[in-house]
Design a protein around this ligand. Structure first.
Ligand SMILES: Cc1ncc(COP(=O)(O)O)c(C=O)c1O
Length: 398
């Protein structure tokens, strides 16, 4: 048979999904695995949103919609951007897609030509560099480790920009590190972006999960930066709606039109029913995410305190999202009881899964092999078990 397309062969599967799948297989076999791998809230979708979805079905909102989404949802997104981010958009500048991940893909499809450079701070969400490469672009990775609070500096950004730079991808609050950029930091980035006439894709999906300081959208510093920014967000994390698959973006009219055209030929639009339920989420979901954030705040304190007590593990207190990203470098190079060395974060996570039945994600998946990622979007009981398994597993390495 003829070979598959090179782009499909070269695309790497997500390492986070790989560990999560292995853990789920073990659970299906009856093995008692404690999984802190998944990046989704452990809460149920709020009742009022579920009812809005049921009402949409009963009212036969079950046919095709406009490719870029239904107007009432685009209007709700405009209200949300204005109320929470100080950003004014017209509905024609909004595109609704099947999750924020789909928005990221659509935006890159609209912007990246083969050979274009895309600046991506590391640690990064796994999808960004994979999709850039998929489109023939060149990811330019800027490392920002624990010593700089997982935040790139303006000097790093300036030094990375070349005539071939097309855009910067920002993700604050960050998956996996939890780092949040300050207003001043973002203002400086905005100036650099405008001066160099590049674009900025800002993935703000964790905006409601900030524990110290506040979330600021980079597009809020004026029309020059807003017109160069693609602001991506969604309902998955804030309203515990990962399976409903709705994400949205705001962009300048030419970019939004290009994205709508691409989506119109590819997937047409996300589920009509989910779109109606999302209006309820955006208009009336604030108390839900505020409550969820308080739960995450307590779990974050517990996880941070426990991790800080483990010898040789370095962990800053995460400011946002629902992940901890401790540095495990000290343990790399040590040996397991069977004599096998731990070469890096993947070996460490494989060892913890096999010996302790603990599923966490290797930092290598996020471009930083010296770390591992734990999600604290899990019950306190599960977090207790996870931390004691982590301590036991690390204590066995010599
Ligand atoms: C940084 C980041 N962006 C986007 C997404 C995708 O969100 P959605 O479920 O809306 O596709 C995730 C999910 O893990 C994420 O961590």
């Amino acid at each position: 048979m003829k070979e598959l397309a090179t782009r499909a062969v070269n695309l790497s599967p997500s390492m986070t999904v790989a560990i999560d799948t292995k853990a789920k297989e073990m659970i299906a076999q009856g093995i008692d695995v404690v999984a802190l791998g998944a990046g989704e809230p452990d809460f149920d979708t709020p009742e009022i949103i579920k009812l809005a979805g049921i009402a949409a079905i009963q009212q036969n909102k079950t046919r095709y919609t406009a490719p870029d989404g239904i107007l009432p949802l685009k209007e709700a997104v405009c209200r949300k951007f204005s109320r929470e981010n100080g950003l004014e958009y017209q509905p024609s500048q909004i595109v609704i897609s099947s999750g924020a991940k789909h928005c990221v893909f659509n935006a890159l499809l609209a912007l990246v030509n083969p050979g274009d450079e895309v600046i991506i701070p590391a640690p990064y969400w796994v999808t960004y560099p994979e999709l850039v490469r998929f489109l023939g672009g060149i990811p330019v990775i800027l490392e920002a480790g624990i010593e700089q609070g997982f935040r790139i500096t303006p000097e790093q950004l300036n030094a990375a920009i070349t005539p071939r730079t097309k855009l910067l991808i920002l993700n604050s609050p960050n998956n996996p590190s939890g780092a949040v950029y300050s207003e001043d930091h973002l203002r400086t980035f905005a100036q650099i972006i405008v001066q160099n006439d590049i674009y900025c894709l800002s993935d703000e999906i964790y905006e409601h999960m900030v524990y110290t300081g506040k979330h600021v959208s980079i597009a809020s510093f004026g029309p020059e930066i807003q017109s160069r920014s693609i602001i991506i967000n969604g309902i998955s994390k804030s309203y515990a709606m990962t399976g409903w698959r709705i994400g949205y973006l705001g962009a300048s009219l030419p970019i939004a039109r290009a994205i709508a055209k691409i989506q119109g030929q590819a997937t047409h639009h996300p589920a009509n029913i989910s779109q109606w339920a999302s209006i309820e989420a955006l208009d009336h979901g604030e108390s839900f995410y505020c409550g969820m954030r308080e739960s995450f705040r307590k779990r974050r304190e517990f996880v941070f305190n426990e991790l800080s007590q483990i010898p040789h593990l370095k962990v800053p207190s995460p400011e946002g999202a629902f992940y901890a990203f401790p540095q495990t470098k000290h343990y790399h190079g040590l040996k397991r009881p069977d004599g096998k060395p731990i070469a890096g974060s993947l070996d460490l996570c494989t060892w913890l899964l096999e010996s302790q039945r603990l599923a966490i994600i290797p930092g290598a998946a996020f471009g930083m092999d010296d770390y591992v990622r734990l999600s604290y979007a899990a019950s306190e009981d599960i977090l207790h078990q996870a931390l004691s398994r982590l301590k036991a597993g690390l204590a066995e390495l010599v």
